[in-house]
Ligand binder design. Sequence first.
Ligand SMILES: [Ca+2]
Ligand SMILES: [Ca+2]
Ligand SMILES: [Ca+2]
Length: 156
Amino acid sequence: MPMLVAVTGLVGATGLAAAPASAEQKCNFPGNSTVCFSIDRISNGNFAVHVGIDVHIGLEEAQEYIDDFGDPFVVWIRGDDDGKLVEFLFTVPLTKLGASAGFGLSGDFDAVVPGVRLDEDKGGRDEVRATVALIDTDTNSTRATYVSNRIDGNWP
Ligand SMILES: [Ca+2]
Ligand SMILES: [Ca+2]
Ligand SMILES: [Ca+2]
């Protein structure tokens, strides 16, 4: 029953399917990865910022990143001015990490911030992107940096 096997495999895997559904979510495919980025206003007026990444590497290599001491990803929300990454606004902490044969190395990152934290152009509209650095913590070196699609807003 090949269909059943395929479905079981998906359920057991960590991947972007775990990300919350969002109208604002934007996914792109920089390098060998899938990056999803969303910003949602929540009931208290703050904003829920979510970043998800799958780096499509082999299971063994992905597991090695997980087994190393420390987080293999560092996520910054950056201000975008005319296509250039300018401001470092805030980091988004890792909330879930996984390795799987289907997706490679997967991370989810979540933060709740007031709108003022996303206000990268004071008095004007704002454009933000998430950058995800893949870190080899054995050598403390950045192996790759993945940049998300842009989300536009008018914060705070
Ligand atoms: Ca800007
Ligand atoms: Ca602004
Ligand atoms: Ca700016």
